[in-house]
Design a protein around this ligand. Sequence first.
Ligand code: ATP
Ligand code: MG
Length: 491
Amino acid sequence: MSASITQSSSFQLIMDLFKNAKQNSILLLNTQGIILALNPAFTKHFGYTEKDIIGKRFNVLFTPEDQRKGLPEKEIERVLATNQSNDNNYLVDKSNTATWVSGESLLIQIPKEGSFILKVVENIHVQKAAEISFKVLNNFNENVLATIRDAVIVLDEKMNVIKANDAFLKLAGKEGSVFPDLNFMEFLKQYDPGNKLTMGLQQAIKLQSAFSNKEIEIETLPGNKKVFEVTCTPLINSRNNRFLLIIHDITISKEMEKEREDTLGFVTHELRNPLTNLILSNELMTEAIKENDLSQIESILARFERSVQRMNKMISGLSESTKIHSGIFELETSRFNFGNMIKEAIEVTETLNPSFRIIVNGDTDFSVVADRYRLIQVITNYLSNAIKYSVENKEVTLEISRNHDSVTVAVNDKGIGISKESLPYIFERFFRVKKTRKIEGIGLGLYLCKQIIHAHEGDVWVESEENKGTTFYFSIPLQTGFIVADNQIKT
Ligand code: ATP
Ligand code: MG
């Protein structure tokens, strides 16, 4: 087979046809892949003239990478074996730019001349670019969907979930599963007792309308309820009726809202008493001064002082709890002797309650790395409660036990005890057992203890029996290296 073109009549016919083609770029190759001819459309689309590539192997039109992969040779092999070959790949044009093309190669037999390959090339770069950018966009959308925290789903008009992101799969407890066969109405049943959301959705589907801000409570983990806000938007451009649902977690803002209400309620309710007392004391004092009755003034002043102290305690407790609640609370850890710390907490409590006896049991001669000041705060809170809610019994026991990775402190009293119903709420902010409301207190002590111990990655708990007594516990971990020999301690 020759690399030159002879001018037989049938060959001339093909050349004429091929030169007149305006849209399709055509090459004529011999069976070894040498370029014998190209049409004007090829020059127009890819820049090469006859001078540039005639007599060269058509390999020059492939990218170096495709050449390395042997794509030109494979194409020739295929055409020779099957008379035809289709390929989509890059064609390197004269300006060395790779353009995505779709090519069809045909084996043609010309009497007397032999076999040739006719390669018709179509420039599909624009389609390909559109396809690639569509893919990129799609990937981008998928990535956005996968990373956002909101659960996003697409429903059909029967409320079947036809698309869902990871956040939704997690919410539905189907994390990591192959795409679940899930009907949203079925999923909703257990969380929508009044059918409010279900009806809203049915209405939106029927009327092709949108809604937002519908709230729903979902138990994401046993005992852990979260509040979500659901927004529904019909997907206007979809051929079938599709609806986009965004399920946004608003638990934290709900909690903050509740906290604001609680705080406001607390402030108005609890501060009113001492404030009324102050106003009253003031009036009494004015009257006593007017009447020159100095004997009264001392007791009025004492009352005044008590009210001021109570208000002061409330305000500092409130500010402390707000600080802790909003996360502006950092532990200041140091290494100290546990026993010395306990001693200090007991001294503080005993000074304020001289008639009580605090007994310590257990070995306290070890050291920990923790926030010393905060632990004293926890222990004095436990002790002052034990004393405050003991009435008759004047003895409180403090027991320290330790294992290889944690220390537990238990404060036991033989006081009024706590009812079973109240126990679950005892560490909640502002919670006070009804029958103790006459005793001074604001219901923040235990809440602060819990937050401090949690910040130490420890735990708090309580055991109690009404009229028998109560034991409050906390434990904090002693991670490796936290316990050191006592001769290394300076305190
Ligand atoms: P304060 O914030 O001033 O400490 P408080 O003592 O009322 O006020 P907490 O220490 O948080 O608040 O205790 C909450 C409630 O738990 C108390 O009001 C009381 O009803 C109950 N309680 C706490 N400790 C005991 C105890 N040792 N025995 C019986 N009841 C207790
Ligand atoms: Mg208390």
